[in-house]
Design a protein around this ligand. Structure first.
Ligand SMILES: CC(C)(COP(=O)(O)OP(=O)(O)OC[C@H]1O[C@@H](n2cnc3c(N)ncnc32)[C@H](O)[C@@H]1OP(=O)(O)O)[C@@H](O)C(=O)NCCC(=O)NCCS
Length: 179
């Protein structure tokens, strides 16, 4: 973590923000494997990679962001889109900040950008889901003003879990935030 004055919605230091392109796909795959602290082992890494296929960089680039360091290496990213089915909804599919860049306002800066993009597009709520075992993600989303949606059961931490949400054994926690 670097020392600097945090300005809501702004990136610190020399970091730059841009839209992703399909050429960014290989390094996003590396980040998806390496930035989740080994969550789910090799199968988890593979699952995350397959959840962000190239199509997101081809067809959802206008609502997605990539943060780079001065040397152009990847620092953070957000993959999001506007729901085609629910005109009031925007959806954050994946977010990641490199392990050494956390708790420095980058995640919230990316979310603030996405919220602004969604508001400009007339959206009034943002949705996302996460795995029940991703405690960091649950803490972060709660801090970012998301509400936990009701589940089928409460886990050991009192978090409502929707069982088999994405298939047998693939439980999820669902969040919504008004804009
Ligand atoms: C979740 C993640 C994106 C947060 O990014 P970040 O840049 O560290 O978040 P920020 O520094 O902007 O934090 C925003 C707020 O959330 C809080 N927060 C962030 N991570 C937290 C954690 N693990 N536990 C508790 N609070 C947390 C911060 O304290 C901050 O609150 P504050 O404004 O009161 O200080 C980052 O930890 C990450 O990439 N994790 C691995 C990937 C992942 O799990 N992604 C989410 C699921 S797709």
């Amino acid at each position: 973590m670097t020392e600097h004055a945090r300005v809501p919605g702004q990136l610190p230091g020399e970091l730059t923000l841009r839209r992703p392109t399909p050429a960014d796909h290989p390094r996003l795959r590396v980040a998806l494997a390496e930035w989740w602290g080994g969550l789910g082992g090799e199968a988890g890494a593979r699952q995350r990679q397959l959840l962000v296929p190239r199509l997101f960089l081809q067809h959802f680039a206008d609502t997605s962001f990539l943060v780079e360091r001065p040397d152009r290496t990847l620092h953070a990213f957000l993959i999001g889109f506007l729901s085609q089915t629910e005109p009031e909804t925007a959806y954050i599919h994946f977010v990641g900040v490199c392990p050494e860049g956390r708790r420095d306002g980058i995640g919230s800066a990316l979310y603030d950008r996405f919220f602004a993009t969604a508001r400009t597009a007339g959206r009034s709520q943002v949705r996302c889901i996460t795995s029940p075992n991703n405690r960091d993600s649950i803490a972060y989303h709660t801090r970012m003003g998301f509400r936990l949606e009701p589940g089928d059961r409460l886990d050991d931490h009192g978090v409502p879990v929707q069982e088999d949400y994405d298939g047998p054994g693939l439980d999820r926690v669902s969040f919504v935030r008004e804009l």
